[in-house]
Design a protein around this ligand. Structure first.
Ligand code: TXA
Ligand code: MG
Length: 372
């Protein structure tokens, strides 16, 4: 019965890729739509799903063919591994090697109460995870998301979900369901999109590699380096590559990866980039740029700016009334997308100190401003 309903559903699916037709793929998250999404995933299709960080594009992580569809949909290099999502700590065995090595287990015990939540760990993989997910590596990245729709979908599946952010490779991550349908969307590759509203954090999960004497920070994110270092009882610097001060990690992409395509797998120098040139402004400085000729400037401000300053811009987006970095992170990707579609020549964007959530924000902004 379920199979017949799905077959009808796919036949009715809009085949064109116009904005209005792909918008029809967005379903409010209900018990029925979540079960329909689980059935689509079981049949090897891709589903757009909300998480508390950003929207993801999910496939059955045990199905190598379905996983390859993710790489095709995103134009993602096969060398860039995916994050696997599980519903509960008891289902970690669906993704990671069991039993874990003692030092991996003790580090898992330290972070366990951050789950469900925006923390991803990298550790040895289960043999059930195909090489396509991990880009052939012996390790897998895994997390338990806290968004209720993501959790409900995971509960409805008897397999884990591989789910990278649902943007085309290198473009800005989506934080609203409609972002999956825009000109930079991947909706034509999806069976459906579950709408769970705006993502709570707006930046991706923090990624740490387990197993060493101290866990290693691979990507700054919603959980701060300071919180992690405090929890593990170590200095923040000890969780970074040897010999580099914390501030340098505001630009994870800025060091010696000239020759290599990746810093770590997937840590691409250019990422999260709007098509429009992005110019970063020094913290708390006013823009000193002058529009050249008929240049159209846009501005993303972390807090209100004066009317005089605003007059230099065609469009201004203020992300927070008082520079609150949670509000900034929550709005940032949507603002980058919106201004990218405003026909501007340059987007100027505020910056912040690379501490706490500011480290993740500045990491994303440096990548977004980087043109290869
Ligand atoms: O918040 C998030 O983490 C979102 C939501 C959808 O869960 N997902 C996300 O996935 O940001 P993605 O694919 O956009 O970023 C995953 C990052 C990549 O930089 C990838 O290289 C890294 O995780 N990664 C995955 N597996 C890894 C591994 N085994 N070792 C090192 N890095 C890994
Ligand atoms: Mg991504």
């Amino acid at each position: 019965m379920q199979r017949i309903r799905l077959a009808i559903y796919y036949r009715w699916r809009p085949s064109g890729s116009t904005y209005s037709s792909v918008l029809a793929l967005i379903f409010p998250a209900t018990d029925e739509s979540i079960h329909r999404a689980a059935a689509a995933l079981a049949a090897g299709h891709l589903v757009g799903l909300p998480t508390e960080t950003v929207y993801g594009v999910a496939a059955n992580a045990w199905d190598a063919v379905a996983v390859q569809r993710i790489f095709a949909a995103k134009s993602r290099p096969a060398t860039n591994p995916l994050i696997v999502h599980v519903a509960h700590i008891d289902r970690l065995a669906d993704a990671i090697k069991m039993p874990p090595e003692p030092n991996v287990q003790s580090q898992l015990d330290v972070i366990a109460d951050w789950w469900p939540g925006p923390l991803t760990v990298v550790c040895p993989r289960s043999h059930r995870i195909p090489a396509e997910v991990t880009a052939g590596q012996a390790t897998v990245a895994v997390r338990i998301p806290s968004h209720p729709v993501a959790l409900a979908l995971l509960e409805a599946c008897d397999f884990p979900l591989a789910a990278p952010s649902a943007n085309r490779s290198k473009y800005v991550s989506p934080t609203l369901a409609k972002h999956l349908c825009g000109p930079h969307g991947i909706a034509e590759h999806l069976a459906m999109i579950l709408d769970g509203g705006p993502c709570q954090w707006g930046v991706e999960s923090t990624i740490i590699q387990l197993g060493g004497p101290v866990p290693h920070l691979l990507r700054p994110g919603a959980i701060s380096l300071a919180e992690l270092a405090d929890r593990f009882g170590v200095a923040p610097e000890s969780m970074l590559s040897a010999g580099r001060p914390v501030q340098d990690h505001a630009n994870f992409s800025a060091h010696d990866d000239e020759a290599a395509e990746y810093l770590a797998p997937g840590m691409m120098r250019q990422h999260y980039s709007p098509t429009t040139t992005l110019r970063l402004l020094a913290p708390d400085s006013q823009s000193i740029s002058q529009a050249v000729g008929a240049q159209r400037l846009g501005r993303i401000a972390f807090k209100p700016i004066s009317a005089g300053e605003a007059s230099r811009y065609v469009v201004v987006r203020v992300l927070s009334t008082h520079g609150d970095l949670h509000e900034v992170a929550h709005e940032l990707f949507a603002a980058l997308r919106e201004l990218d579609e405003s026909g501007l020549d340059v987007i100027e964007c505020d910056t912040c100190e690379p501490v706490e959530l500011g480290l993740a924000i500045m990491d994303r902004l440096h990548r977004a401003a980087s043109k290869m």
